[in-house]
Design a protein around this ligand. Sequence first.
Ligand code: DOR
Ligand code: ZN
Length: 349
Amino acid sequence: MSDSLSIIRPDDWHLHLRDGPALRAVVADSARQFARAVVMPNLKPPVTTVALALAYRDRIRAALVDAGVATGTFAPLMTLYLTDNTRADEIDRAHESGAVVAVKLYPAGATTNSDAGVTDLLGKCGSVIERMQRVGMPLLIHGEVADPAVDVFDREAVFIERVMKPLRNAYPELRVVFEHLTTKDGVEYVRDAQGPVAATITAQHLLYNRNAIFQGGVRPHWYCLPILKREVHRQALVEAATGDSPRFFLGTDSAPHARGLKEHACGCAGCYTALHAMELYATAFDRAGRLDRLEAFASLRGPDFYRLPRNTARVTLRRETYVIAQEVPYGDDTLVPLAAGESLDWRLV
Ligand code: DOR
Ligand code: ZN
């Protein structure tokens, strides 16, 4: 049993960096863990155009400088927020920008800052999707229906039937990432689908099932969307992440919210994992006895899907007790990392 693991420097293919003081508070954590990150566009107002994405990238770069991150060590890869009104020529601009790597679909009402999201994908966004298929621009999908009649725990499975299958039947060559996959149904769909489909998996969905939200009382820091599911789903996700399919790769979905907005009568969804992402993932892979697969999941399959070069630098993880901070500063507020105060078995050095 080795106590040290050297892998190619990993990337985060799904990250929320926020803006302003929040951005400045968290960006160095991701830069310590990852070489690149796909940055989600669900700001207020959302990042709906290439011009807004370029301005946001400038703010991220400035925050990296402010945080003392060495130039060129962390690259934000930008995304556009799809709305009912997105135009196909915005896709051409995105494709030509060299800065925007993908478009994000939030079904309206599905999650944080999704009010401006899509109400009827095939009805309203056909020409945009068609253009994305033509230029090879990936669609990153928050795969949950927002229908209040559907049980919260079933929203991913229902999304596959109601949206994912019709979408991919209509646009079979569209490059799709099923983001933050949480169910066995999703794993089987992505694993067996024809065509260019992949999925990201978070650390919390590999480490925890839904009991974690209720252990000894309600624990808001384990609440994210899509919500943690039953153990059978966690096991399917671990099998996918540690298995042979190149379709499953790392996306933290690290989603910071100030402590007071998590510990609240109506707490926000999102787990803060950028601080200790690789420590969490390494612990999950180690528990599955598959540390040998961590590099493929964290460092190889993502760039291959996005048709970007793999990183060349390497990082080392060491088997040693890592105690997760109780909280970290967040502008004028504080942020509670996932599993604050608990110990993990690995440390990124
Ligand atoms: O838990 C989540 N938090 N899920 C999302 O889809 C959005 C994210 C956020 O932005 O806070
Ligand atoms: Zn997200």
